[in-house]
Write a protein that binds this ligand. Structure first.
Ligand SMILES: Cc1cc2nc3c(=O)[nH]c(=O)nc-3n(C[C@H](O)[C@H](O)[C@H](O)COP(=O)(O)OP(=O)(O)OC[C@H]3O[C@@H](n4cnc5c(N)ncnc54)[C@H](O)[C@@H]3O)c2cc1C
Length: 549
């Protein structure tokens, strides 16, 4: 281990930590670990920093956590000098922020771009990870941190015979840097989740004609994005310390206006008034209108009914409105979308909706899409807002090879098990961030990344002091944490959802929750308890020690 000196890395000499990914997690990890004197280097497949915000350049892309909350807390100076211009920052501004962070903290010198990691292989004799890249380079390191993101592998080739289409094809998750000119063109959008609901209103206003293909209607609430309120800006700048403390003590790393009462103990008039108020103020805070919306199905139904009424009121054609109404899953169990006028877009003459649950897509042909009924839809541009191989995709796409040649992909074939959602038995000295069984997408992820990086940094400092060079979780603890995630989820309406989603895979007996729903605040307590109990659940081995501690 290199002690306190900072050395620029090359593939030839072993690093302390190799980091895969230069999104919000990778960037902070480079900064933090380097400050502590670790020799670190990051490998990034993109040509720039930003991860999610580098790739998702589709029209309308923006965060759904308010800008001041969706930002780093690790540097006072950074907090004070950066000013967000909108309530929910648009993708270009978040990307500019992350580039500013990279420049301000001189992080680029420790990143190699345009480098895709194909595999990471553990060498037990040397206690080193070797990371192999698509360009043939190899990097070795004592520790490997997979900051590869929960939503970084878009689902591709999702439609039958997609390759037959002769027009332009774009994924929202890898939107071209220069944008796409849809003026005068017929556009199809497939998918009506978070990305679809954000881009539909913008594309509808620009394109000649827009056909939206919807499989599962989702709940979406208005975002009510607006220029940054100077009072909000001033409040955050003056009170960062207190507000961050407050933010970190919430269940989702997001400060909302707290609910004061359960919906089930509220009169009909009061219920309506409070829902209206939340609807008018916009954003994810809608689901914080009452204390029981996530925990009692009857209360959740009241919120769902309210939103369905709003959809029916907004969309003028009753038949069309009916198709857009979400049924069959609790509101909030799938990602709640926030939109800049998704439902309104269907009142435009140039927008059509195709319900592909009722009339499934059978194939893509050279000019468009054909459905089971024989209907054909022609267009020039196909936009696939079809989501990601969420949570596990980046980790299982690579060949991550642990002790005895085991493959992570195989080990997780029936669902992930990982101690505290960051370490996996059989993969010593390897850690991952905001992936499966972490607070993941149920908490603001900049904060999720910060918490995990800080915890890992403390662990590596401890290891350095104690001359520990091998850290591995145990199968019992990995399994126990998976059960803890299931137990935590069972308290929520999400648990009753039938269809798999980005937080849940499998069905019936083999169903697994992919996130820890116990809360961001409780998750931090669990991390602390682990440390307080001497890194409970980890086997820490000293240098040259061969027996298990
Ligand atoms: C459209 C959209 C909107 C979102 N809005 C919000 C929001 O409002 N609030 C919120 O909390 N979260 C939001 N998210 C989630 C978002 O992913 C996280 O907030 C955060 O950006 C994740 O950062 P990360 O560094 O962990 O991962 P990423 O940003 O995904 O970065 C991972 C990096 O790893 C790289 N990588 C992966 N595999 C390899 C490999 N094999 N070799 C080399 N490089 C690799 C990728 O190229 C990527 O740059 C949103 C996601 C999307 C897609």
């Amino acid at each position: 281990m290199t002690g306190q000196t900072q050395v620029s890395a090359t593939p030839d000499s072993p690093l302390d930590v190799i980091i895969v990914g230069a999104g919000v997690g990778g960037l902070y990890s480079i900064y933090k670990l380097r400050e502590l004197g670790f020799k670190v280097h990051a490998l990034e497949q993109a040509s720039g920093v930003g991860g999610t915000w580098f790739y998702n350049r589709y029209p309308g892309c923006r965060c759904d956590v308010e800008s001041y909350q969706y930002s780093y807390s690790f540097s006072e100076e950074l907090q004070r000098e950066w000013t967000w211009t909108e309530r929910f920052a648009p993708q270009p501004e978040i990307l500019a922020y992350l580039n500013h962070v990279a420049d301000r903290f001189n992080l680029r010198k420790d990143i190699t771009f345009n480098t895709t990691v194909l595999s990471a292989v553990w060498n037990e004799d040397q206690r080193l990870w070797t990371v192999n890249c698509a360009d043939g380079t190899k990097w070795t390191a004592h520790y490997c941190l997979m900051a590869t993101g929960p939503l970084s592998v878009p689902r591709t080739s999702v439609l039958p015979k997609q390759e037959q289409f002769k027009g332009e094809v774009y994924y929202t998750g890898t939107w071209p840097e220069g944008g796409v000119d849809v003026k005068g063109k017929r556009v199809a959008v497939v998918g009506t989740s978070a990305s679809g609901t954000q881009c539909v209103p913008i594309l509808a206003a620009e394109a000649d004609h827009l056909t939206v293909f919807q499989r599962t209607p989702n709940f979406s609430v208005p975002s009510r994005n607006a220029p940054m309120d100077p009072k909000v800006d001033a409040d955050w700048k003056a009170n960062y310390t207190d507000l961050r403390k407050k933010q970190w003590n919430t269940r989702s790393a997001i400060i909302f206006q707290d609910p004061v009462q359960p919906a089930l103990e509220t009169s009909d008039e009061e219920l309506e008034r409070i829902f209206e108020e939340r609807w008018a103020s916009g954003g994810l805070g809608f689901m914080r209108a009452f204390t029981d919306l996530f925990t009692d199905q009857r209360a959740n139904d009241l919120a769902a009914d309210f939103v369905r009424r709003k959809i029916a009121e907004t969309v003028k054609d009753p038949e069309l409105a009916k198709k857009l109404l979400p049924w069959g899953h609790p509101i909030g169990a799938r990602r709640l979308c926030t939109d800049p006028g998704f439902y309104d877009a269907f009142n435009r003459d140039n927008v059509d909706l195709v319900d592909v649950k009722a009339d499934p897509i059978v194939e893509v042909y050279d000019k468009g899409i054909r459905t089971e009924s024989g209907a054909t839809y022609e267009f020039d541009v196909l936009v696939l807002a079809t989501g990601f191989q969420a949570m596990m995709g980046a980790l299982t796409k690579m060949d991550i090879v642990g002790t005895g040649g085991r493959l992570l992909r195989d080990q997780w074939a029936n669902g992930p098990e990982a101690h505290l959602g960051l370490a996996i038995t059989g993969f010593p000295n390897l850690f991952y961030q905001v992936g499966p069984l972490s607070t993941g997408s149920l908490a603001s992820m900049i904060q999720g990344n910060e918490v995990q990086t800080d915890w890992l940094a403390d662990l590596l400092v401890h290891a350095r002091k104690q001359h520990i060079d091998r850290i591995e979780s145990t199968p019992e603890k990995d399994h126990a944490w998976m059960e803890e995630c299931e137990r935590a989820a069972s308290a929520f309406v999400h648990y009753t959802a039938k269809e798999s989603s980005y937080i849940m895979i499998g069905a019936d007996g083999s169903r697994r929750f992919l996130v820890y729903m116990g809360g961001f605040d409780t998750y931090q307590k669990k991390l602390k308890e682990c440390v307080d109990h001497g890194y409970e659940g980890f086997v820490l081995q000293h240098e040259r020690e061969t027996e298990k501690a």
